[in-house]
Design a protein around this ligand. Structure first.
Ligand code: AMP
Ligand code: ZN
Length: 112
């Protein structure tokens, strides 16, 4: 499958990894939008949030909890933002779901 993030999971494309277990991988975003910008992805390929099934709810929770632990580990308990973009209108560019964790600057709302 021609998926950028599956290639990162497989080790075929390098990434600055921060955390890995049997279900998820976290690495630095290549074009950071904040001083700390991490992506948390499932190792299993899921194209968009619309493709999550009921069987994936524990995995989705694990992605969120991994982001929370990384935020704490990276010293961001003062505040941070997590985002998941879905489909073109939602701003998604890589079609393997990922949670953005952004921190260490003032976030504004709406994000634009
Ligand atoms: P999205 O627009 O929500 O699909 O986010 C995709 C994110 O993947 C963007 O923030 C990109 O900067 C990031 N990205 C693209 N290619 C790579 C890569 N090779 N390594 C790390 N992050 C990447
Ligand atoms: Zn994939």
């Amino acid at each position: 499958m021609d998926c950028l993030f599956c290639k990162i999971v497989a080790g075929e494309i390098p990434a600055r990894k921060l955390y890995e277990d049997d279900q998820v991988l976290a690495f630095h975003d290549i074009a950071p939008q904040a001083p700390l910008h991490i992506l948390v992805i499932p190792k299993k390929h899921i194209s968009t949030l619309l493709d999550l099934s009921a069987a994936d709810t524990a995995l989705a929770g694990h992605i969120l909890f991994t982001a929370q632990r990384l935020a704490k580990d990276q010293g961001c308990a003062e505040g941070f933002r997590v985002v998941m973009n879905c489909n073109e209108l939602g701003g998604q560019t890589v079609y393997h779901i990922h949670m953005h964790l952004m921190a260490k600057r003032q976030m504004t709302w709406p994000p634009g």
